[in-house]
Design a protein around this ligand. Structure first.
Ligand SMILES: *Cc1c(COP(=O)(O)O)cnc(C)c1O
Length: 370
């Protein structure tokens, strides 16, 4: 007989999942309900309204994909790209690379714009890519690159993209509910996020929103969307309130949890939440920089909620990271790609974004590094 499941309570300070509020955990333990129950339909309507409010959008086609952030990414790209389309994908870390891979699988011709990891994409790079590809269907980039800790400015690029007649697709998985993200004001046409980063809900759901122009592109497709499960012409009827039609069985308990986590974000207020992430980021910098930790990203493009930091010289990162987990139950993330073994990704997201979290980490590190 396998023993009863008793997962250890960790302190989650990596690239996600982040710690979850007790009310959110409690929501998940609510009794199940049929996914076509009129009461559950109302709950989904409220989830949709709260996603609109937290994304600062009036987009009608706003919903939650029943799968993690990568499925949100795939939803945006498979619905907007058809074989033969051209697109521009910006790559300055792992997730831009993943978008390019998906776009190629859609049969699109992908023009890649590359920046060094840890740097952002410059508007001039988009302009020169448009020189080689004057009429792309879309331009896609990552708002908060979780693999590098860089925060991408979007407003100027949005104007350039729209002047070229293209749609702007943005990965907001790690920025959503942690740093300012204004879908309507910044004219973002398709955006996807995730539940387990600054929203502090369990992993496995991806809020997504499409602008009217993105919906028009969807409606004027010549070919069927390559994926049945992610085809928005079908999924949208599942998120259409009273008129909803069966598509798949929604993850009921996960949506209960998402409801509570969204409610907690609105109760705190977006502005206050953004300010909290900035303030705790500064607190973390003040604690760790004197110990010899150094930021990868230059100050003005630093993502407050995901801190990529080189360790003090002479410190064995894997050994200390494992001791943090084993002895102190604190999880931080290791580096990806070229940064593997060289830096840490320290997440202070949502419920994990408190002075207490930073104090626990700094206290443990003082003991371990000494
Ligand atoms: C975490 C993350 C994803 C992928 O989300 P999953 O839930 O792991 O599929 C995509 N983009 C960025 C920027 C992320 O941080």
């Amino acid at each position: 007989m396998p023993e009863k499941l008793t997962p250890t309570k960790r302190i989650l300070m990596g690239p996600g999942p982040s710690d979850v509020h007790p009310e959110v955990l409690k929501a998940m333990a609510s009794p199940l309900m049929g996914h076509l129950d009129p009461e559950f339909v109302q709950i989904m309507d409220k989830v949709k309204a709260m996603v609109q409010e937290t994304l600062l959008t009036k987009n009608q086609l706003t919903f939650v994909v029943s799968a993690p952030g990568s499925a949100g990414m795939e939803t945006c790209l498979v619905n907007l790209l058809e074989p033969g389309d051209e697109c521009i994908i910006c790559i300055n870390g792992v997730f831009g690379g993943r978008m390019a891979d998906i776009a190629e699988r859609c049969g699109a011709t992908v023009h890649k714009v590359n920046s060094e990891w840890g740097k952002v994409i410059e508007p001039s790079q988009i302009k020169s890519a448009l020189g080689k590809c004057p009429h792309p269907k879309l331009v896609a980039l990552v708002h908060a690159e979780t693999s590098t800790g860089a925060l991408q400015p979007l407003e100027e690029i949005s104007d350039i993209v729209h002047n070229a007649g293209a749609l702007l697709v943005v990965d907001a998985v790690t920025s959503y509910c942690g740093v300012p993200l204004k879908i309507d004001e910044w004219n973002i046409d398709a955006v996807y996020s995730g539940s387990q980063k600054c929203l502090s809900a369990p992993p496995g759901l991806s809020p997504v929103s499409f602008s009217n122009n993105a919906v028009k592109a969807l409606e004027s497709r010549k070919t069927k969307v390559q994926s049945w499960f992610l085809d928005l012409s079908l999924v949208k009827n599942y998120w259409s309130g009273g008129k909803r039609a069966y598509h798949h069985t929604a993850p009921v308990s996960a949506l209960f949890a998402l409801y509570e986590s969204l409610r907690l974000v609105l109760e705190e207020g977006l502005e206050k939440r953004w300010a909290r992430h900035r303030e705790v980021h500064q607190y973390l910098a003040n604690k760790l920089e004197p110990m010899g930790f150094r930021f990868l990203v230059e100050q003005k493009h630093r993502l407050p909620n995901l801190n990529t930091m080189f360790l003090p010289t002479g410190v064995d990162e894997a050994k200390i990271r494992s001791a943090l987990l084993q002895q102190y139950n604190i999880e931080v993330g290791g580096g990806l790609g070229d940064f593997a073994g060289k830096l840490w990704r320290i997440g202070i997201m949502g419920e994990s974004c408190t002075h207490n979290h930073v104090n626990m980490l700094a206290g443990a590190l003082e003991e371990l590094i000494r």
